[in-house]
Write a protein that binds this ligand. Structure first.
Ligand SMILES: [Fe+2]
Length: 266
């Protein structure tokens, strides 16, 4: 039998607390089947009630068919989860945090005879002044390019200009760069000039009629009073948002990128 020459990657945006997890548990097996996904990458930085991740949820994600969990600035918020970041290579924290921080920012997974590199980096505009995402991701790509059939990057960042700049900087050297963090899906999914798939933000797996996942009543009060009332995730049916990317593993370039937005009324 001839070896598989294309890879289909299903990537999903930040999973928001219980509504996001419920939708993922119900909807992910269906999405994997529908899109014939070979690899599933999910951003889990908001899965544990909006702030970080825990061992039980990570275990459930993997049992559903997730291969790699990426994250971002909220991944540090559950102190008891930090040892897992060190021990489980399938769970990433942004690679451009100091090397002394727990965990790692990239991994290589083997799927159906293909080796797929996954890199997680975080932006610096309106975020913590960590190491340069351009230099760190370039170094990691250089290190893994000879031994991988495709490279996927989750860029967890606030500002579109930083996301577009990194995507165009890495264009042709990776198969896809997908943005996370803003929780709002952008309408700019495309193949860049040198063949990498790109979207500024994949959106979130969370309650849609919310303020980036939070209860609107609290979010509006925060805005109107400028008092930092504690945000709470809106307990409402969630939407699964992300993209499906097909990749020619001979060239390592993307053939297509399709945004997805699926409602699960549970
Ligand atoms: Fe997030």
């Amino acid at each position: 039998m001839a070896a598989q020459r294309t890879l289909t990657a299903l990537l999903l945006g930040d999973v928001l607390g219980q509504p996001g997890c419920r939708a993922l548990f119900i909807g992910l097996p269906q999405l994997i089947k529908q899109y014939r996904a070979d690899i599933v990458v999910v951003n889990g930085e908001n899965a544990d009630n909006g702030f970080g991740l825990n061992d039980e949820l990570a275990r459930q994600f993997f049992s559903l068919g997730v291969h790699v969990i990426t994250s971002g600035n909220h991944i540090w918020q559950k102190e008891e989860f930090r040892p897992t970041l060190d021990s489980d290579e399938r769970i990433l924290r942004p690679a451009n945090y100091p090397t002394s921080a727990p965990g790692h920012g990239s991994t290589i997974v083997e799927i159906k005879g293909m080796r797929v590199g996954v890199i997680n980096v975080q932006g610096r505009m309106q975020m913590s002044p960590i190491d340069c995402p351009f230099q760190v991701s370039s170094r990691l790509i250089e290190r893994m390019k000879k031994t991988t059939d495709a490279i996927l990057v989750d860029f967890h960042a606030e500002v579109p200009q930083e996301k577009e700049a990194l995507a165009l900087h890495l264009d042709g050297a990776i198969s896809a760069l997908v943005g996370t963090h803003t929780h709002v899906q952008t309408l700019d999914a495309r193949i860049l000039p040198k063949g990498s798939a790109y979207i500024t933000d994949m959106g979130m797996c969370g309650p849609y009629n919310s303020v980036i996942g939070s209860d609107p009543m609290i979010a509006i009060k925060r805005q109107m009073t400028q008092v930092p009332y504690r945000n709470e995730i809106l307990d409402a049916p969630a939407t699964l948002q992300g993209v499906v990317v097909t990749i020619d593993i001979t060239t390592k370039k993307a053939l297509s990128i399709t945004p997805i937005k699926e409602n699960f009324h549970i």
